[in-house]
Ligand binder design. Sequence first.
Ligand SMILES: Cc1cc2nc3c(=O)[nH]c(=O)nc-3n(C[C@H](O)[C@H](O)[C@H](O)COP(=O)(O)OP(=O)(O)OC[C@H]3O[C@@H](n4cnc5c(N)ncnc54)[C@H](O)[C@@H]3O)c2cc1C
Length: 445
Amino acid sequence: MPLTTVVEHRRRVEQLAAALRSSTGPVRLRKRTSNLFRPRQDAERTLLDGTALDHVIAIDRAARTAEVEGMTTYANLVDATLPLGLAPAVVPELKSITVGGATTGLGIESSAFRFGLVHETVDEFDVLVADGRVLCCSPTEHAELFCGFPNSYGSLGYATRLTVRLIPVAPFVRLRHERFADAARYFAAIAAECADPTCDYLDGVFFGAGDFVLTRAQLVERLPVDAVVSDYTWMQQYWHSLRRRADDYLTIGDYLWRWDTDWFWCSRNVGAHLAPVRLLAGPRLLSSVTYQKIMRAGQRYPLKALQHLRPRAESVIQDVDIPLARAASFLAQLHARVGITPVWVCPFRVTTGRYPLYRLRTDTPYVNFGFWDTVRSQEPDGHYNAIVEQLVAQHAGKKSLYSRSTFDEQAFWAMYDRHAYEALKREYDPTGRFPGLYEKTVGRG
Ligand SMILES: Cc1cc2nc3c(=O)[nH]c(=O)nc-3n(C[C@H](O)[C@H](O)[C@H](O)COP(=O)(O)OP(=O)(O)OC[C@H]3O[C@@H](n4cnc5c(N)ncnc54)[C@H](O)[C@@H]3O)c2cc1C
């Protein structure tokens, strides 16, 4: 997609702001794609159409920054930066995730052990707030909104333009997959990498008791003469390769999107792990965007009626962040009490405690655990998601809010700083044009 001009960008923002100003009552952002996993119940809100704000505006090679519109997908941003030998410092691994969504929704990837969560790699952004103004927010301008925006999930306003930090990248990535049978040794290896990195990208997978993989990935300019570049965009599945090979090479583009083709491993839930299906689908359809559409269609009538024919199950789709020293204990209890495998393991660190709605410690790395599946259940609905929340609280962690939450209000605000949030809401949305954070993320407003 070609870059847009600043004039065109301003025109699109003004259209969105005008739509907000000329409407009354509660509003909601309309986007082309979504990675939200909590069904929403609000028919009453006016939709503000943000779909046109999906362009890259400019790339500054010298400053290593990209200016993008709020609904620009990482796929489009990466397409614009890779030919220049640059990539966003943190690229969330699903192609349809947008820069605005990842900044407000705590995006993460395997470079986060060096650079932090997505919002820590965003230098400034414009936010459309409830009275129709567009405020430029940075650590020095509207700093309280700049810091309060991550984890606000569109409840304080919508990011319309962001400045994203870029890093130099090489054409290829060498991957080394190391297997571990012992949790203590596994998390010690992660701690060692966080303290003194030997690689550019770091993530891993827990496949079950005694079966861990840690992947260290290194940017490389040239391939060794005998190296073969793998391709996991069609018939082969990346996640199987982790236990089958110790070494591997990918192009930088295929590395960044290595998890998208099979939505980590969740493509198996729609039959896309089967060879004939893959053959027919082809690389273009094998993508998280396709699986999202299928899953959403499955939640609608008449397919919903078929759910009664299946065994009862609870959907547990969560990403949680646990301080590294408590990670082994958390994972053991998660495995014993919920039992989902595989689990994605992504270490990260934060450099500042300035984000009140998702305040994390700066004196320890964290581990993000991602698990996305259903659990057979005879329990009341919500039982397993509530267990996850209890385990997160017991291990001094935090939980992302893109998916289902069952907290009562008191437990919720103990985790996400009510005082700071209410002050921001009074300042930027005093009449409640956007849903409140609790109403939106727990009440599904
Ligand atoms: C199965 C699954 C796996 C995931 N794995 C990862 C992962 O590995 N790495 C990762 O980084 N993330 C992951 N996510 C989470 C994802 O990054 C967040 O949910 C993120 O918010 C999605 O961004 P989006 O652009 O798709 O926004 P949406 O899903 O469309 O919206 C998310 C929320 O952000 C708000 N929002 C969207 N755009 C803006 C904006 N411009 N301004 C203000 N508010 C806005 C929306 O109103 C909504 O409340 C995963 C999500 C799922 C469902």
